[in-house]
Design a protein around this ligand. Structure first.
Ligand SMILES: Nc1ncnc2c1ncn2[C@@H]1O[C@H](COP(=O)(O)OP(=O)(O)OP(=O)(O)O)[C@@H](O)[C@H]1O
Ligand SMILES: [Mg+2]
Length: 235
């Protein structure tokens, strides 16, 4: 049986006032269990697409289906619920709350999951153990290295057991060794069933991932594993 599509973008465009066309008609299907590298020059639309996939941003035209839901049909509260249940984010610069320890930063990943603070903290400790940070529970971001901060961010993203993990240059601010640990964690998560899209400027990392989607000027210009002929861009 073919795994279900987790992400379906159809003719997705994103324009900004002043004539910026960040996405110019993107078609992309990502199935459950995939691990996809998104590559392309600066300004080509990678982050824009990730935000659209993550329902942080709406496309100007076109459709976005996540886990089978057409996101344009959902109310704000249903959309927040979809995000809380299905999507985890990791960013280049971690986006952790200063002054809050690792456990509480991760527990915040469950804020909209409807569980008690006590339960959130218990699950946060488990998630931190998964990224091998059990010795850093009470450290605040300023007491963590860059690589450790990114592992806290990954723990926050995975604590809700998301269907889909979206990572925007998760190794971009890290040294090679820390970057490798982060990529190992993403591979482990993927092996346990999480679908992952990761934007990277690192050609070695991209080459090590099973599928590569390349952007240029707001369009997909190549896809190492297109699902439908219409997605075979770059002709
Ligand atoms: N809020 C915004 N308002 C106007 N233009 C925007 C906005 N966000 C992004 N853009 C423009 O959209 C285009 C695509 O930006 P995007 O951030 O998706 O690129 P990117 O591929 O992620 O680049 P990088 O590799 O530098 O992160 C760029 O030209 C950018 O200037
Ligand atoms: Mg970007």
């Amino acid at each position: 049986m073919t795994p279900a599509p987790v992400i379906e973008l159809r003719d997705a465009t994103k324009s900004y006032p002043g004539g910026v066309h960040a996405l110019r008609g993107v078609n992309l299907t990502v199935h459950q269990g995939e691990l996809v590298a998104v590559v392309g020059p600066s300004g080509s639309g990678k982050s824009t697409m990730l935000h659209v996939m993550g329902t942080l941003d709406k496309p100007t035209t076109g459709t976005v289906r996540i886990a089978g839901y057409d996101v344009s049909q959902l109310s704000d509260s249903r959309l927040s619920a979809l995000r809380a249940r299905h999507i985890g984010f990791v960013f280049q610069h971690f986006h952790l709350a200063a002054g809050r320890d690792a456990v509480d930063n991760v527990a915040d990943g469950l804020l909209y999951a409807g569980v008690s603070l006590r339960e959130r903290r218990t699950r946060a400790r488990e998630a931190l153990a998964k990224v091998r940070l059990e010795h850093r529970y009470s450290h605040t971001p300023s007491e963590l290295s860059g690589g450790e901060k990114q592992r806290v961010a990954i723990a926050r993203a995975l604590v809700g057991d998301p269907t889909l993990l979206l990572a925007d240059e998760p190794t971009g601010a890290l040294d090679t060794a820390s970057g490798e640990i982060v990529m190992e964690l993403l591979h482990e998560l993927n092996a346990s069933g999480t679908t992952i899209c990761v934007i990277t400027h690192d050609s070695e990392i991209a080459a090590s991932l099973p599928r590569r989607v390349r952007f240029k000027d707001g369009e997909i210009v190549s896809d190492s594993r297109p699902i439908f002929p219409t997605e075979e861009a770059g002709s």
